[in-house]
Write a protein that binds this ligand. Structure first.
Ligand code: HEC
Length: 117
């Protein structure tokens, strides 16, 4: 069962199950973006988003420039949850991001799309 679930998630991050897991892991849900993303390396985050083809895959799913996949008014509604979601995608897509890299990616998504305070 565990294997089947992992396989099913292998080609997409951001599934409902993944989001539930990210939320469950999100110990920092109440942390503000200012605290959570303080000192995050935004240049690194942008580079990683480019390198891991996040946008290319999102475009296939939602069209346009892919940014419609990011729904600030959707289920991801705190900076901590956003950070947890990126961590979840990292695991599912086997990206091998270090924790500070996942934070950098989340910080860029926050700056450009979610704009949590
Ligand atoms: C192989 C395809 C694929 C790749 C690569 C991918 N994603 Fe996704 N991502 C998806 C899909 C599909 C969804 C939407 C799932 C749903 O809700 O239906 C999604 C959703 C998300 C969400 C949730 C959006 C929201 O507001 O609900 C975030 C955040 C996200 N992706 C970040 C990333 C990041 C960061 C990367 C690169 C490091 C990445 N994704 C790479 C397929 C991908």
């Amino acid at each position: 069962m565990k294997t089947a679930a992992a396989l099913a998630l292998a080609f997409a991050c951001g599934t409902e199950q993944a989001q539930a897991q990210a939320q469950a892991q999100d110990a920092a849900a109440a942390t503000t973006a200012a605290v959570l993303f303080k000192g995050a390396d935004l240049a690194l985050g942008s580079k990683l988003i480019e390198e891991h083809r996040c946008t290319a895959c999102h475009v296939r799913k939602v069209g346009g420039d892919g940014s419609a996949i990011y729904r600030p008014k959707g289920r991801i509604n705190t900076p901590g949850f956003l950070r947890g979601m990126v961590e979840q995608c990292n695991t599912e897509l086997n990206l091998g991001l270090f924790p500070e890299e996942a934070t950098a990616v989340a910080a860029v998504l926050n700056r450009d799309h979610y704009r949590f305070k």
